[in-house]
Design a protein around this ligand. Structure first.
Ligand SMILES: C[S@@+](CC[C@H](N)C(=O)[O-])C[C@H]1O[C@@H](n2cnc3c(N)ncnc32)[C@H](O)[C@@H]1O
Length: 429
């Protein structure tokens, strides 16, 4: 692999004796990883149905290497959100954030969602995750991944760090800043990154990283943890950013600094710094908004819930047009660009309610009154993913489609045929 001269010189200076082993790692094959989504299935249950060649990743219990030919991105279990495809060393970051159930967590640079979905699995639908992405297109992808993983306690926003900081001062127990970087750890995975690399870009990236870190710090509570990470190796974007930050912010202390090097671990490499905040920021009390929606406005949803669900969504509801969302907290998010204000329950149509794909992926098999159980080997599963109808004898009703016991979407039985409600944009061709 041909690497920029400035890059190899920089790494030689930094790594000294270790440089040769480091540079040799670029001649080795890249690694592939997936992480089991424990919101939907636990590790043991997944291993019983696992169709891939998996090997443990030592630093994440739910993380596995897979073989390139496994192609887990094109598998019905992927569509059911049973796992997330994530670079193995990237999985280490959230392990150091110390997420506890009930925590309020901010993921400030979140798209496409690897670390947000990992945080959500640790929260187990308790507490609250604010998952933010600056660029709108990337925020949409993030939102789709959040949906696929069946997460309910997350707000997806599309904001600048300083805008969020003006609203959420001293609010979060944990803040993750997985900063945009020059991506030197992506060289094996995506050689295009090499052509965009330059020393000038490193300087530009480090300024941006410092600015993001400075916005993120204000949103943390006293005693809270902030993890700063990158998938790059240049010290200017890593140790130097942290050193400068600590010099200017004596109320923060460094708890841990970690490097995952591609010549030392089986992964593409990562930098992780764990910081602790030892002072109070003025706590912004986020106003709670009154539930503006009366039960009669959404009576069709309640009818649907009574008829088809074994679980209850009672509060708090938001309507975006005709789209109904549920979120455990009733925060006033006025002025913030929200892409997903919680769990999308469905759409209010004329005199009826149509459940959403997000709700299907969130539900466990026992939470729906009617289910259609399919196995991986059943041809109906492919028909379903292709958006086709198939025969099923039952009375007319909404049914949660299950693959090996895990929800994958809705089907509406009409005259013994399953009308397909797998979203058009996700259908297999
Ligand atoms: C390394 S990626 C995040 C990867 C993500 N955490 C994951 O695990 O899937 C960094 C993200 O920061 C976003 N970003 C770029 N500039 C930003 C800025 N000024 N403030 C906040 N985020 C920014 C990028 O668009 C990108 O999606």
């Amino acid at each position: 692999m041909e690497l920029p001269k400035d890059f190899t010189n920089m790494m030689k200076n930094f790594l000294k004796d270790e440089y040769n082993s480091f540079i040799k790692s670029y001649d080795e094959k890249r690694t592939y990883g997936l992480r089991i989504n424990t919101l939907k299935i636990n590790r043991e249950e997944f291993l019983k149905i696992n169709p891939f060649h998996l090997e443990n990743i030592s630093w994440v219990k739910e993380g596995f290497y897979y073989a390139k030919e496994d192609l887990p991105g094109k598998h019905p279990y992927h569509e059911a959100g049973l796992y997330y495809i994530q670079e193995p060393s990237a999985m280490a970051v959230v392990e150091h954030l110390d997420v506890q159930k009930g925590d309020k967590v901010l993921d400030l640079c979140a798209a496409p969602g690897g670390k947000s979905t990992q945080i959500a699995a640790k929260l187990q639908n308790t507490g609250f995750l604010l998952s933010n992405e600056l660029y709108q297109k990337r925020a949409q992808i993030l939102s789709e991944n959040i949906e696929r993983m069946g997460i309910s306690n997350v707000l997806v926003t599309n904001e600048t760090p300083e805008k969020l900081a003006s609203k959420f001062s001293g609010y979060f127990d944990k803040v993750l800043i997985d900063a945009p970087c020059s991506g030197e750890g992506m060289f094996r995975k995506d050689p295009e990154v090499i052509s965009e690399w330059s020393l000038q870009n490193i300087s530009y990236a480090s300024e941006r990283q410092f600015y993001i870190l400075n916005s993120g710090k204000n949103m943390l509570k006293c005693g809270g943890k902030l993890v700063y990470s990158t998938c790059t190796f240049s010290p200017e974007e890593n140790e130097k950013v942290i050193e400068k930050f600590l010099t200017e912010n004596s109320d923060f202390s460094l708890e841990k600094l970690l490097r995952l090097w591609p010549h030392k671990v089986k992964g593409e490499g990562h930098f992780i710094a764990v910081l602790k905040k030892n002072s109070d920021s003025k706590f912004s009390k986020i106003n709670k908004v009154k539930d503006k929606i009366s039960k009669s406005d959404i009576k069709d949803f309640f009818k649907f819930q009574d008829k088809y669900l074994n679980t209850n969504f009672n509060h708090y509801f938001t309507l975006f047009g005709n789209n109904l969302y549920f979120f455990e907290e009733n925060l006033d998010l006025n002025g913030i660009r929200v892409i997903r204000p919680g769990l999308h329950l469905g759409t209010l149509k004329k005199n009826r309610f149509e459940p959403s794909h997000a709700l299907a992926l969130h539900l466990k098999k026992d939470e729906a009154k009617n289910t259609i159980s399919l196995n991986l080997k059943d041809e109906e599963i492919l028909s379903y993913l292709k958006g086709q109808t198939f025969k099923f004898n039952s009375e007319n009703s909404w049914n949660l489609i299950l693959i090996d016991g895990y929800s994958i979407g809705w089907g509406k039985v009409t005259d013994n045929f399953v009308k397909n409600h797998y979203p058009k944009g996700l259908r297999w061709t």
